[in-house]
Ligand binder design. Structure first.
Ligand code: MG
Length: 374
């Protein structure tokens, strides 16, 4: 058993053996806003990961829409299963590139914590409700949750996560404005997010019969992956074929990210976190694959995200959310005490949005029926 500084030494020694020089080593963490004693047997980013997993906001991801609402079926991804896929891809990339897996996992598990019910449709409504009061973005909301809204410790509000985890999420929130590049651990999670949704949205859309495999032949990325699968297997039935192409798509994207990152790291002679910060982004696909992914995303946008049945379920949810915002604005006393209290400092509109954003799809619909349905 390690105690006090011994665990710091043990983590440092383990990471020196496993991590590259350009990875963020736990011993170099800038710490937490509210200083805390070291844990007897967990490193700092391992603790961050655990705090996120035990948070209320994290549990509620299971009841939140990724793209498709629950009325459409029970096969497709929720915000939570999407998060797990992102964490899984992120860890694969992190291990291959010898990055800090604990930090990567914490970042991946928190990356979508700020999503309101009904995915981007819900986000658009809340942003419109807060127009003129700073707006609403799920990336910024994740920071509000872990710094303010979660109440789990008597000593401080929020989860008191390591500053590197907060900075990583901050860089998601203000992508284009940052002068310095984020840590590779942060870049990995961004890339993994894209690998996950580009692949699983195709899977879900086919399962929901919004797309057929023949439709997908219009998409060069799918066509190329299909050709590779056909070369490997002669006669697959449609379900097996689809799953094989999806595996191929994930492997292709991940292998490309690893190869490109290793090449860029070698070419630029990157050997420190400082060099990572001063360089071009390292974790991104090669230009050709990037272009193919963009074509797939355009196709999904036109054929899936704007599909009439998806749009219709989205519109009902948006109308409900808008009515709830107005309803709680008129009667803030309907909110739990903590949100009512925060309204005193942050204003009623912001606090109403915090409350609404925390709801699962189902709770949101139940509360709408209970309180505001005419
Ligand atoms: Mg995501």
């Amino acid at each position: 058993m390690h105690y006090g500084t011994t665990v710091v030494d043990a983590v440092a020694q383990r990471e020196r053996g496993l991590l590259a020089d350009y990875a963020l080593h736990s011993v170099d963490s800038a710490g937490r806003k509210h200083p805390e004693p070291t844990h007897p047997y967990r490193g700092p980013f391992q603790r961050d990961r655990d705090r996120i997993v035990h948070s209320t906001a994290y549990r509620r991801l299971s009841g939140k829409t990724q793209v498709f609402t629950r009325e459409l079926g029970d096969f497709h991804r929720t915000r939570l299963t999407h998060t797990h896929e992102v964490a899984s891809v992120s860890r694969t990339l992190a291990r291959a590139l010898r990055l800090n897996e604990d930090l990567v996992e914490a970042l991946a598990l928190m990356h979508d914590l700020g999503h309101p019910p009904f995915g981007h449709a819900g986000e658009d409504v809340l942003d419109e409700c807060l127009a003129g009061a700073g707006g609403f973005s799920h990336n910024r909301q994740a920071l509000r949750i872990v710094e303010l809204i979660e109440q789990r410790y008597p000593e401080f509000p929020g989860l008191n996560l390591s500053l590197e985890v907060l900075a990583g999420q901050q860089s998601r929130a203000e992508k284009s404005r940052a002068k310095e590049k984020p840590l590779l651990e942060v870049q990995v999670v961004d890339a993994a997010d894209s690998v996950a949704y580009d692949t699983h949205d195709v899977d879900d859309a086919v399962q929901l019969r919004l797309l057929t495999l023949a439709d997908l032949d219009e998409v060069p990325l799918w066509r190329e992956a299909s050709a590779r699968v056909r070369k490997r297997y002669a006669n697959l039935e449609a379900g097996d074929f689809k799953r094989c192409v999806l595996h191929e798509l994930i492997d292709w994207q991940i292998s490309d990210l690893i190869e490109c990152a290793e090449r860029r790291i070698a070419e630029k002679g990157i050997q420190s976190v400082e060099a990572v910060r001063q360089n071009e982004p390292i974790i991104r696909p090669n230009d050709e694959l990037f272009g193919k992914k963009a074509e797939l995303e355009k196709f999904l946008y036109e054929r899936v995200y704007r599909n009439p049945s998806v749009v219709a379920s989205r519109r009902i949810a948006q109308d409900q959310l808008r009515a709830m915002f107005q309803g709680y604005l008129r009667r803030p006393e309907l909110m739990p005490a903590g949100f009512l209290k925060r309204a005193e400092t942050d204003g009623v509109p912001r606090s109403v949005c915090d409350y609404l954003a925390g709801m699962t799809d189902r709770y949101c619909q139940t509360e709408f029926q209970r309180l505001f349905a005419m």
